[in-house]
Design a protein around this ligand. Structure first.
Ligand code: ADP
Ligand code: ZN
Length: 744
């Protein structure tokens, strides 16, 4: 039976493999065991009942609370050639009648309806006239009073279930709390052993949290990295949504707002534009997102702090449902904490305490220097086993490049002291940088000895430093008022008894560090072809009046622009190409690819040999260092490469290190030495230490040199060391000496 399910997976959906737990769940449903499915958004829940529905003789009834979701599912199934209809109050009389007669004719596999509709006597009467094989309860947390979205009608489904004793029941939700899970099982009388709980780790989401410094600028820099790619920007307040929409529109971006203050029809229109790729970016309050199934959202930017980890997780969860990489950036501002506290303070006592605990968990995640997935998944009761995920800013920043920041730390801490430990970071920074703000004037802080002594660093850099002072416990922030207070450790640094080691890598432009490797696919597929394929998809979508992703997901188009298939047989192998879609849409895309390749002599590549997932998802990141390594070997300098790729020099250095670690060799000359600012004595000391201790781990080398040489230098000299330039040079030098000898 599972074999048949696999065949359907490829033939109808065009997918090669099941996602985690899908196969087990499908097997369980086919054995007619009531099943609870807990999977994060994008985990692939729908397929779990859709495939059995296609194998059962009779109808599968899907109960769903949201009209937009039902409509979306039916559109997707219809495009796949699977009979599915919806019954709800928005249908016209004729449509309703047509759908009913299709059901009675046994012409559909799946019927989607809202619980209210199912509970209507006439619906029940109609359904009892034939057998129902499966009842799928989507968003099953609505059944639980403990859930965030309790719906009384859902409770009554328990009775409905009894009326279809032969039907197997499957309940699905993305809500992770054990209490809700238990509640669903109890209500529906499920056996505890038939619960399938997937990991909540969404591996394809890159998580980044940076200090909110100049949010508008940060936002623009960020979204510039995603030309034409859909994304959501979440703000706390409606006004912020409106303002940001105006600003971004003026800056030339394609943006529309979404919040509860807009008239219903405008809100709906904006959402529709977004879903149909007519507008690229949604700026929205948390009101946006329920009932959005768009699988290709490539970024979620939190302009303001979300209320807690749960809402953060829910909101970032809307990105990357298609399994391709998506980027989630949170701008973390201490002043936002106070806004949220203000909301929290209006709650009743008990609620207030829970809300504060939840907020602290979020702050903890923002301030951690470790992998962000650890606090995130811990919050959901899941243990994250790996020390590093490689898909968050902390993990991706690699080895900590710690530098001696004692002097700026002393400046900051003593300025706090001079300001009587009564102010937050922003004001301290204004004083340090000699700002003439109202607050500075009001407290006459322009007369302090620390006024204007910190102009050498930008505001962002100072913020960055202040976060590290907090993280390392040199100061704490008073949660009520936001004032910074000195801790005993601070005095050690102030008195010069302890060094303060930290990072100061934020450049003023761009205002936050983003790894270039995030645009994973850039080098891999043919962008120009992809653009044409996208246009074709949009055209087909508009003529059939469905969102573009219903025609083909992005991944299919990416594969087309990677393998250039020019026959139906080859197109068939691609992700998302089932037989019906191949027949309906294949020729449109083949025509474009053939035409494109003809003039360019681009050969067709076989997907089976190349294994696209490897190429697209993993090799892409790898390839970048190979490309860079090769360019370096052809004579490019590190500075030139940094400019070519619009990244920091350090990033190039780390690519070159990867290159060498993978067994390639590097051009050996003194390029790395010229970039080093150490004296030649110091350089020799470092190289000798590498001789002694090896170069794999930098920490021992750093320690052996009494923490006097910063990591940036160690990285540089390690490359010099590994490139073999030194050996060659000593060789040259000896030769040179020998020659000179000869001359004399
Ligand atoms: P959920 O309901 O859990 O949020 P969906 O059922 O909407 O997730 O699935 C998310 C996306 O993943 C959809 O675009 C779906 O077609 C796709 N998908 C589901 N299962 C697979 C699979 N086995 N292989 C590839 N893509 C899949
Ligand atoms: Zn991580």
């Amino acid at each position: 039976m599972i074999q048949q399910a696999k065949t359907i997976l490829k033939n109808t959906f065009g997918y090669d493999d099941f996602r985690p737990l899908q196969q087990e769940i499908i097997g369980n449903i086919l054995r007619r065991k009531d099943t609870l499915v807990i999977m994060p958004t994008g985990g692939g829940k729908s397929l779990c009942y859709q495939i059995p529905a296609m194998m059962f003789e009779d109808l599968t009834v899907v109960v769903s609370p949201l009209i937009s979701l039902m409509k979306d599912q039916v559109e997707q199934l219809t495009a796949l050639g699977v009979g599915a209809v919806v019954l709800n109050s928005t249908l016209s009389f004729e449509e309703y009648g047509q759908n009913i007669s299709r059901i009675l004719r046994n012409d559909v596999r799946l019927l989607y309806l809202a619980p209210e509709t199912l509970l209507m006597p006439k619906t029940l009467a109609m359904l009892s006239s034939r057998r129902v094989d499966c009842i799928a309860i989507d968003e099953a947390h609505c059944i639980s009073e403990w859930g965030h979205d309790f719906r009384p009608e859902y409770r009554q489904l328990v009775e409905v279930k009894k009326q279809f004793p032969k039907a197997v029941c499957v309940a699905l939700t993305a809500t992770a709390t054990p209490r809700v899970q238990k509640d669903i099982q109890t209500c529906l009388n499920f056996e505890a052993t038939n619960a399938f709980i997937a990991s909540f780790n969404r591996k394809n989401l890159f998580l980044q949290i940076v200090q909110k410094a100049s949010p508008v600028l940060q936002t623009i820099e960020f979204i510039k990295k995603f030309p034409n790619q859909p994304g959501i920007i979440y703000c706390l307040a409606r006004k912020q949504v409106d303002d940001l929409t105006t600003t971004l529109t003026k800056a030339g971006f394609s943006v529309k707002p979404y919040h509860a203050g807009l008239p219903d029809n405008e809100r709906r229109r904006n959402q529709e534009c977004f879903i149909r790729d007519d507008v690229q970016i949604m700026t929205a309050t948390i009101a946006f997102g329920m009932g959005i199934n768009k699988p290709n959202i490539r970024f979620v930017l939190h302009y303001d702090l979300p209320q807690n980890i749960e809402s953060y997780y829910q909101q970032i969860g809307r990105a990357g449902r298609d399994g391709l990489r998506a980027h989630c950036l949170l701008l973390f501002g201490y002043s936002d904490i106070h806004k949220i506290k203000y909301f929290i303070n209006q709650k009743a006592d008990k609620e207030k305490r829970t809300a504060i605990t939840h907020l602290s968990a979020l702050i903890g995640m923002a301030e951690t220097g470790d992998c962000r997935r650890i606090p995130l998944l811990t919050y959901f009761g899941e243990k994250y086993a790996k020390p590093k995920c490689g898909m968050c800013d902390n993990c991706a920043s690699g080895e900590q490049t710690l530098c001696d920041l004692s002097i700026p730390a002393q400046k900051f801490l003593s300025c706090m002291k001079r300001c009587d430990e009564m102010f937050g970071a922003e004001h301290i920074i204004d004083v340090l940088r000699g700002g003439k703000t109202q607050k500075v004037m009001k407290f006459s802080h322009q007369n302090l000895s620390t006024y204007g002594i910190g102009k050498e660093y930008s505001k962002q850099e100072w913020f960055y430093l202040s976060r590290q002072l907090l993280q390392k416990g040199l100061m704490i922030q008073d949660m009520e008022h936001g004032a910074l207070k000195l801790m005993p450790k601070a005095w050690e640094v102030l008195r010069g008894k302890e060094l303060f080691l930290g990072k100061m890598e934020v450049k003023p432009e761009p205002p936050f560090p983003v790894k270039e490797s995030e645009n994973t696919y850039d080098n891999i597929y043919d962008q120009a072809l992809f653009k044409r394929l996208r246009e074709m998809r949009k055209e087909l979508a508009d003529t059939t009046n469905v969102p573009p992703y219903v025609i083909f997901p992005d991944k299919t188009l990416i594969e087309m622009a990677t393998f250039f298939p020019q026959s139906p047989e080859n197109l068939r192998h691609l992700h998302g190409v089932g037989s019906i879609k191949l027949e309906r849409y294949g020729h449109y895309f083949l025509a474009i690819i053939t035409e494109y390749c003809k003039g360019r002599h681009v050969p067709e590549k076989s997907k089976s040999i190349l294994n696209p997932d490897d190429i697209i998802l993993e090799k892409a990141a790898k390839r970048r260092f190979i490309v860079i390594g090769e360019a370096y070997n052809l004579g490019k300098t590190v500075t030139e490469l940094a400019a070519d790729y619009n990244v920091k020099q350090n990033t190039i250095i780390s690519h070159l290190y990867n290159f060498i670690s993978e067994g390639y060799s590097l051009r050996s000359d003194d390029e790395f030495l010229t970039l080093s600012s150490l004296t030649s004595n110091q350089q020799s000391a470092v190289l000798e230490t590498y001789d002694r201790l090896g170069s794999e781990q930098l920490k021992p080398v750093f320690d052996a040199l009494n923490e006097k040489v910063c990591y940036d230098e160690l990285h540089l000299l390690r490359l010099y060391y590994l490139s073999g330039a030194r050996d060659q040079e000593t060789g040259d030098r000896t030769n040179g000496l020998a020659q000179r000898h000869d001359d004399t």
